[in-house]
Structures are given as structure tokens and as C-alpha cells.
Design a protein around this ligand. Structure first.
Ligand SMILES: Cc1cc2nc3c(=O)[nH]c(=O)nc-3n(C[C@H](O)[C@H](O)[C@H](O)COP(=O)(O)O)c2cc1C
Length: 179
């Protein structure tokens, strides 16, 4: 099973648009896939007590991560890094079992021309620290307001093609990972 994490809880998020497009690409490859929309996180997760005891409503999110063969992280650039909510979500997942030997693939996006590379590289550091197996084929979407302004402009973009290639390559990569 593959899990795509749409890395923000902002309404009308372009990350979610990208995540849902990628979901279809995985479905076309006949693999099980689901999307985590961080807007769905339970409010109780944001109480200080959550560091010690996770709320029961958070368990389905943990299951989708821990049981995944591969994770796809869609990270927009927020203030030269990834959105804080994405880091908080990671901080709430079980340690150390959440990412060991799990394949992780990255997609970056940003309004600017650096296309989320800072967001992705900060996340690569975190996932690398947590012993994830990092897929080297990353995809970056610059000028998110332009490229992602409509389904049509996205579908005809080079980035869309690269996401399709990344999808096939990541499934192959995860098939080769040793348990
Ligand atoms: C809080 C915040 C900070 C941002 N910081 C940056 C930035 O540092 N560099 C950049 O190029 N774009 C920045 N942006 C623009 C986003 O990267 C861009 O709008 C992207 O499409 C947002 O993804 P989202 O729609 O999933 O939130 C920022 C947007 C927000 C909301």
C-alpha cells in the first residue's frame, strides 16, 4: 500500500491538488494508494498531552503510515522550508518504527522558482535521520500559481510527465527494498 501525504492543512491547497493527481497515477499502476489530507487531523492531536498519549482518532493516520510500502511526501515551500504541520505530523508518529526501511519519494512545489527544493531537502534530512529509504528521483513544481492554476495547465506541464515517471520509478524502487 502506498500513502501520499499532502503536506499542509491549508484550505484550497495546491499540494492536495498534486496529491490527488498522483493518487490517480498510482491507481493506473494498479497499486493500492491513499491520500492523507492534514486538514483531517483530529483537534485533540494538538493538545500538549499528545506527546505522551496519542488520541484514539489518530490511530488510522498511524496505520496508513506504518503499513505503507512507500510514502510520497508532497511538500510546499513555506518560509524557506516545509509547512510546520507536516513536521508536527511526523513528530506525532511512533518512534522508531514509522519509517525504518520504508521507501519515501518527494514532490516539492512553490510559488517561486526554487520549486520547493528547500522544503524537500529539509524533509529529506528528517526522513534520512529516521532511516527511511529515500527515492532519488524527486520532482519539483515551480511557479505553482501558474503551473497548477487549472487541471489543464497541470496536465500539459513537464512536471506532470515527470510525476508519471516518478510514480513508475518509485513502485520499482519499493519492490526492490529488502525487508
Ligand atoms: C505560510 C506560507 C509561506 C510561504 N512561503 C513561501 C516561500 O518561502 N517561498 C515560495 O516560493 N513560496 C512560498 N509560499 C507560497 C507557496 O509555496 C505556494 O503558494 C504553494 O502553492 C503553496 O502550496 P499550498 O497551496 O499547498 O499551500 C508560501 C505560502 C504560505 C501559505
Amino acid at each position: 500500500m502506498y500513502t501520499i501525504i499532502s503536506g499542509t492543512n491549508r484550505n484550497n491547497s495546491k499540494s492536495l491538488m498534486v496529491a490527488k493527481t498522483i493518487e490517480k497515477m498510482y491507481q493506473e499502476q494498479n497499486v493500492e494508494v491513499n491520500v492523507i489530507d492534514l486538514r483531517d487531523l483530529p483537534q485533540s492531536l494538538f493538545l500538549p498531552e499528545s506527546y505522551d498519549k496519542k488520541p484514539d482518532e489518530f490511530q488510522p493516520f498511524i496505520d496508513k503510515v506504518v503499513n505503507a510500502k512507500g510514502l510520497i511526501i508532497v511538500a510546499a515551500e513555506y518560509n524557506g522550508s516545509a509547512p510546520g504541520i507536516l513536521k508536527y505530523f511526523i513528530d506525532m508518529l511512533p518512534y522508531p518504527d514509522a519509517f525504518e526501511n520504508v521507501g519515501v519519494s518527494f514532490v516539492g512545489l512553490a510559488a517561486g522558482k526554487w520549486a520547493g527544493i528547500r522544503a524537500v531537502e529539509h524533509m529529506q534530512q528528517v526522513f534520512g535521520y529516521r532511516d527511511a529509504s529515500i527515492h532519488p528521483k524527486r520532482v519539483f513544481i515551480p511557479n505553482s500559481y501558474g503551473v497548477l492554476s487549472s487541471e489543464d495547465s497541470f496536465k500539459t506541464s513537464d512536471e506532470f510527465k515527470r510525476l508519471n515517471e516518478q510514480t513508475k520509478s518509485f513502485i520499482n524502487f519499493c519492490d526492490r527494498l529488502i525487508d
